[in-house]
Design a protein around this ligand. Structure first.
Ligand code: IFM
Length: 481
């Protein structure tokens, strides 16, 4: 694989985009963000602390001790930011609602002042002809709900459905596209098992309970939204025109490093924990037997009750795919052992030896094509790439521009990978760049920059990077105008 972008350099020095073949005129183009990563205004208008506000105060939890108190100050700069989105030529803006703004205590009535911000945002987008695509939960659980047990606690799923109802009551007359959860794997695995994300717990059993309650929360929220939109969604049917409902998962294409039984088993385990544990119940209404058996070996039983799987497998209109990289798995450690110090099977990520982003993630665009074809084959849902992008250490040039050829190459290769998947039969309907602008990259703080727009955090000045100009030109060229 080559890292060279398929663009030429214009005389002025700016890369020129070319149309990507195979993408239809009605292909959806967007940019994406999330509330905690950009909004700031952490204490404004009745917002209460989320688990991320709390986690950021834990010494050593976030690089540089940084937090989202101010972030990109989007809360106060929303109209200018929407104008910037419009100038990028996208048709869709994916953003998340901050639960602690809308329902500060995690239960009870809505906070009108918090909702008013999203009300204005949606109206401003619509005035600009941009479709709002709402994510209900992008990791900012109200701290009060974590204090009551968090996602490992079943009641949180019911609280989530109530919050979804409040959000839809306020915005559902104008917002058609709803994503329940963003990357529940991260909420469960990083939040409750490895402790790298808020709330920073390290308990494998709690993490697996969180998986089930996140999925249950998704299912209950989906049911609530369909009822409110007047489209109950009989089993196996897609919703009526008023609602387009989905969930977003972070996925990659995992393969065994070799065809040895140990490596094949390691790839199966990784796929089970990362992909099938979520998609099998969501689409097929059952947890994968091999994963359930692996969990039993670790003394964990998923807390499934009657009716849960029917709720979780409520029909979806679209599957959101967040793609950044792909992995090869070995079932042996560097010394050839098949079990670790705790006697558990080894699942080791073996690098491809490819170029990496500033996150250290290998750049594997062909993994995206393979993933989309596999999802099409095994799950059969229409997909939208709800996130794809890369952090690089780009720096402003003397003339004020922000040259970021690495990011252009990354985006170009991945958009072509999407087009290739479509040509091979996958029903991929859109692509959203992550991210609109540099922002708070969770445990990495502000050091990692994913934006196609640069943010100067001292002045809050936004500068469209070369990749932002390139993205706009690519969209235009691909649409044929
Ligand atoms: O910044 C995150 C985002 O919040 C969720 N998906 C992955 C991105 C890059 O790490």
């Amino acid at each position: 694989m080559t890292a060279a972008p398929s663009h030429t350099t214009a005389p002025a020095g700016r890369p020129v985009a070319q149309a990507v073949g195979g993408l239809p005129a009605d292909f959806r183009w967007g940019v994406a963000t999330s509330a905690y990563q950009i909004e700031g205004a952490a204490r404004a208008d009745g917002r209460t602390p989320s688990i991320w506000d709390t986690f950021c105060r834990v010494p050593g939890a976030v690089a540089g001790g940084e937090n989202g108190d101010t972030a990109c100050d989007h809360y106060h700069r929303m109209p200018e930011d929407v104008a910037m989105i419009a100038d990028l030529g996208v048709d869709t803006y994916r953003f998340s609602l901050a639960w602690p703004r809308i329902q500060p205590h995690g239960s009870g009535p809505a906070n009108a002042r918090g909702l008013a911000f999203y009300d204005r945002l949606v109206d401003t987008l619509l005035e600009r002809g941009i479709t709002p695509w709402v994510t209900l939960y992008h990791w900012d659980l109200p701290q009060e709900l974590e204090d009551a047990g968090g996602w490992p606690h079943r009641d949180t799923a019911h609280r989530f459905a109530d919050y979804a109802g409040l959000a839809h009551a306020a915005l559902g007359d104008r917002v058609r596209h709803w994503t329940t959860l963003n990357e529940p794997w991260c909420s469960a695995w990083l939040g409750y098992f490895t402790g790298e994300h808020a709330p920073g717990r390290r308990d494998f059993g709690a993490a697996m309970h969180a998986v089930h309650h996140l999925l249950l929360g998704h299912g209950l929220a989906a049911r609530r939204l369909r009822e409110m939109a007047g489209t109950p969604g009989a089993p196996g049917t897609a919703s009526a025109p008023g609602l387009e409902l989905g969930i977003t998962l972070n996925l990659g294409h995992g393969v065994p490093h070799t065809d040895s039984p140990a490596d094949v088993a390691a790839a199966r385990r990784a796929d089970g924990m990362g992909t099938r544990l979520y998609l099998d119940p969501l689409v097929h209404g059952r947890y994968p037997e091999d994963v359930v058996a692996d969990l039993a070996d670790r003394g964990v039983r998923l807390p499934v009750r009657d009716g849960d799987l029917a709720a979780i497998s409520a029909p979806l209109d679209v599957l959101g795919v967040n793609y950044y990289s792909s992995h090869r798995f070995s079932g042996t450690d560097e010394h050839g052992a098949e079990t670790d110090a705790d006697g558990r099977p080894v699942v080791r990520d073996v690098p491809h030896g490819l170029p990496r982003t500033a996150m250290g993630w290998e750049i594997v665009p062909e993994g995206l094509t393979a993933l989309l074809l596999r999802l099409h084959r095994d799950y059969g849902l229409p997909t939208v790439i709800t996130e794809n992008g890369a952090a690089f250490d780009d720096r402003p040039a003397a003339d004020g521009s922000v040259p970021d050829a690495d990011r252009i190459a990354y985006l170009d290769q991945h958009i072509r990978a999407v087009a290739a998947a479509r040509q091979a039969g996958a029903d991929v309907r859109g692509y959203f760049a992550w991210s609109l602008m540099d922002n708070f990259e969770w445990a990495y703080g502000y050091a990692k920059r994913f934006g196609i727009v640069r943010v100067d955090y001292d002045t809050q000045r936004r500068t469209v990077k070369d990749s932002g100009h390139w993205y706009r030109d690519t969209i235009r060229a691909t649409r044929g105008r």
